[in-house]
Each structure stands twice: as C-alpha cells, then as structure tokens.
Design a binder for this molecule. Sequence first.
Ligand SMILES: Cc1cc2nc3c(=O)[nH]c(=O)nc-3n(C[C@H](O)[C@H](O)[C@H](O)COP(=O)(O)O)c2cc1C
Length: 195
Amino acid sequence: MQIAEIVERRSVSPRRLSEPGPTPAQLNAIIEAACAAPDHRRLRPWRFVLIRTEAREAFADLFEAAARETHGKLNSDHVKRAREKATNGACLIAVIAEIRDNIRDVPPHEQWVSVGAAVQNILLAAKSFGFGSMLVSGDKVSTRALTGGLGLAPEEHLLGFVAIGTISKQPGTAERPGAKEKLSYWPKEEIRGVK
Ligand SMILES: Cc1cc2nc3c(=O)[nH]c(=O)nc-3n(C[C@H](O)[C@H](O)[C@H](O)COP(=O)(O)O)c2cc1C
C-alpha cells in the first residue's frame, strides 16, 4: 500500500457502504491484516465477530434492546434509528478487546493500542480491496444486551463495530493535522543538522 492511500483514507458512514461487501476470502485477508498488529508479549488482545448477513435483522433486535437498556422507553423513530445501525453497511464486524490488568510489562493502555492498530489494519486492508469502512461505537457497546448477545467473557469489552462495503457516496476530503502541528524535535534548538 502506498503512503498516499494511507493518507487519503476516509471513514465512510455505514449508510453509504453498500453491497457488495468483502468476499469470504477478502474477509479472511482483512482479519489476517488485523492480526498483524503490534502486540507486546503476543497477548492477542482482540477478536472479531462477523454478523452474518442473514442474521442482521435478528442482530437489530439486540441494538433495539441496547437502546431500551440505555434510554428506557423509545418512540418509533428511535427504534428505527437503533435498528438501522445494525443493518447499515454490507458487512458488519464486532471488535472485541480482551484487556488484562495483571500482565507484567504490558499495562492495559498497551493492549488497547494493539486493538487500535488491529482496527486500523482492517480499515487499510479494506481500502486496499477498494472498499470503504468505518469504526463506530456509541453508548450501546457497554449494554448487557450487546455484550451478552455477542457472548463476551467478563474480561472482554466490545470496542465497537467496523462496517465495510462498496462506497455509494464518496466522503469529502479530511482536514487533518500534519507534521507542522504534530511533530516536534528534542532538543528544540537545531542539533546535528536536524531542525
Ligand atoms: C473507538 C472509536 C469509536 C468511534 N465511534 C464512532 C461513532 O460511534 N460514530 C462516529 O460518527 N464516529 C466514531 N468514531 C470516529 C470515526 O471512526 C472516524 O475515525 C472519524 O469520523 C474520523 O474520520 P476519518 O477516519 O475519515 O478521519 C470512532 C472512532 C474510534 C477510534
């Protein structure tokens, strides 16, 4: 992958990620890319669950239950929006992190970095196949409806979902910081020819 492709990657709303999504072989390759994330002590603190296409409506029941758990009584618009979040995007993958607080030399923040790197590899691998993608979460991720419905163990967290699909409407260009804002040098004064 060229650096320009990394820089130009944009998140695309799951509403704009239409069929076709990745083939099973492409999905396997995307997950292999995720598993190439930096990972101190090989903890593999991530796993992924593909929500099967034929089960997306059933999965929407969990999103609706999650919204009820968080917000109580829902009106019909709220129900519709909650359910759509489970059915938008050709392909929907739950990202699950197993973060342990008793690992010597690998505090939780290092494990979260590994999870984040795995997600970024998914986004870039999806782009390399020509797909758009986006990581989304929301307050639903910590509900019993979803953590129980996905079968998480007590030490696991649902980070969110990556949606992948064919871009039906291109996003605009992103305003992002660059080296000017985010790179500095130590010491600050010119040293050994490096400014
Ligand atoms: C852990 C995590 C959860 C996120 N959840 C949401 C979300 O629920 N909704 C949303 O609009 N963006 C969410 N985002 C941000 C988008 O994934 C995306 O990074 C952001 O819109 C910037 O777009 P870009 O990737 O094109 O720079 C989340 C990002 C992270 C890292």
